[in-house]
Write a protein that binds this ligand. Structure first.
Ligand SMILES: Cc1cc2nc3c(=O)[nH]c(=O)nc-3n(C[C@H](O)[C@H](O)[C@H](O)COP(=O)(O)OP(=O)(O)OC[C@H]3O[C@@H](n4cnc5c(N)ncnc54)[C@H](O)[C@@H]3O)c2cc1C
Length: 307
């Protein structure tokens, strides 16, 4: 099928794009990489009166590191993130998660801002945003606001962005030096959206103790779910096999997944336990409790801490 008729604008600035959004009063859609929006248009599941393409706006695609944070422009392509030495060095969990997003041609067009605004609960970027405690910067006619993952994601494919607001930047705190991490997911075919995925990060101490753990699950609810009670088991009991098993069992109890044509709720709950175990074992294997021993070439070639 072909999309329904729409007007097409190519603004040269963020202000111009916001003015267009306001002018169309909720009847316009921003077009970033088009990897989610264009299929929706083709199936006529979305019939906006107007598309506002962001591709000609200069200065919305960048990866900057400063003061312990990495800032990414909303139009930064997923492929640029995948191959960025800064991301590999400072946010290796994001680098690993990016390799799981669709296929290379999709990542060549798809953007981080588009993925977060699309808010698919099985997508990797919303999960990583929640796991790393990141924020998005949103701009509209009333000015700028900054939202954490819990404030951005409202439900299935739904965010708290107003119809006249756009996402302009993503801010992520650099991961602690030496942290172990893994993104594990299960999908039917390579490149498909995950049925369930999990982002795991652990910060270790001598003696197998764990000073901080992050576990966020994708595909087991309408938004990414942080598994705080499972994290607490690791922070209290350490990183032994028994503690990992207990955390994974608790993770499965904490989710309330849907049943749909892809998988039943029970299957997703079981996947949560299995993938949490796998992710934690891999994260722990690559943990470095003494970051001073890390190779300074961590950002070149292989991602530090990944398999
Ligand atoms: C075959 C296939 C497989 C895929 N597999 C995966 C996968 O495994 N994991 C995954 O995460 N994704 C997957 N995707 C989706 C892909 O990652 C998309 O790139 C992403 O979801 C949307 O990014 P985009 O830049 O293409 O946004 P678009 O498709 O252009 O836009 C998506 C939505 O976000 C809105 N939007 C875009 N930019 C902004 C902004 N700056 N501010 C506010 N709203 C905005 C648009 O209006 C639209 O509603 C897949 C896509 C395809 C076609």
């Amino acid at each position: 099928m072909k999309p329904a008729r729409f007007a097409y604008h190519t603004p040269a600035s963020v202000d111009e794009a916001i003015a267009l959004l306001a002018r169309y009063g909720g009847e316009a859609k921003l077009l970033a990489g088009g990897q989610s929006l264009v299929p929706l248009l083709n199936f006529r599941l979305s019939r906006p009166a107007c598309l506002i393409a962001l591709n000609r706006i200069a200065g919305l695609s960048y990866i900057h590191e400063a003061a312990g944070h990495v800032r990414l422009g909303a139009m930064t392509r997923q492929r640029a993130i995948e191959f960025s030495p800064v991301i590999r060095r400072r946010l290796p969990l994001l680098a690993e998660a990016t390799t799981l997003v669709g296929h290379l041609p999709i990542r060549s067009r798809g953007t981080i801002g588009g993925s977060l605004a699309h808010a698919d609960p099985a997508a990797e970027y919303p999960t990583v945003l929640a796991a790393l405690g990141g924020q998005v910067v949103v701009r509209g006619p009333r000015g700028e606001r900054t939202l954490a993952a819990g404030e951005l994601f409202q439900g299935y494919l739904t965010t708290t962005l107003a119809a006249d607001e756009m996402l302009v930047e993503v801010r992520l705190p650099a991961m602690p030096e030496g942290a172990g991490f893994a993104f594990e997911e299960f999908s039917r075919r390579h490149g498909d959206f995950a049925i369930v995925g999990i982002a795991a990060m652990v910060v270790g101490q001598e003696g197998g103790r764990c000073s901080a753990a992050r576990l966020v699950i994708a595909g087991a609810g309408p938004v990414p779910v942080r598994l705080r009670a499972a994290e607490e088991i690791l922070e209290r009991d350490g990183l032994s096999d028994a503690a990992v098993e207990a955390a994974a069992r608790r993770a499965a109890e904490l989710v309330d997944p849907p049943s749909d044509i892809h998988a039943s709720a029970d299957y997703r709950r079981n996947l949560t336990r299995v993938l949490t175990t796998r992710a934690l074992h891999r994260a722990i294997t690559h943990l470095n409790p003494n970051p001073n021993t890390l190779s300074p070439s961590g950002g070149e070639g292989r991602v530090r801490g990944s398999s």
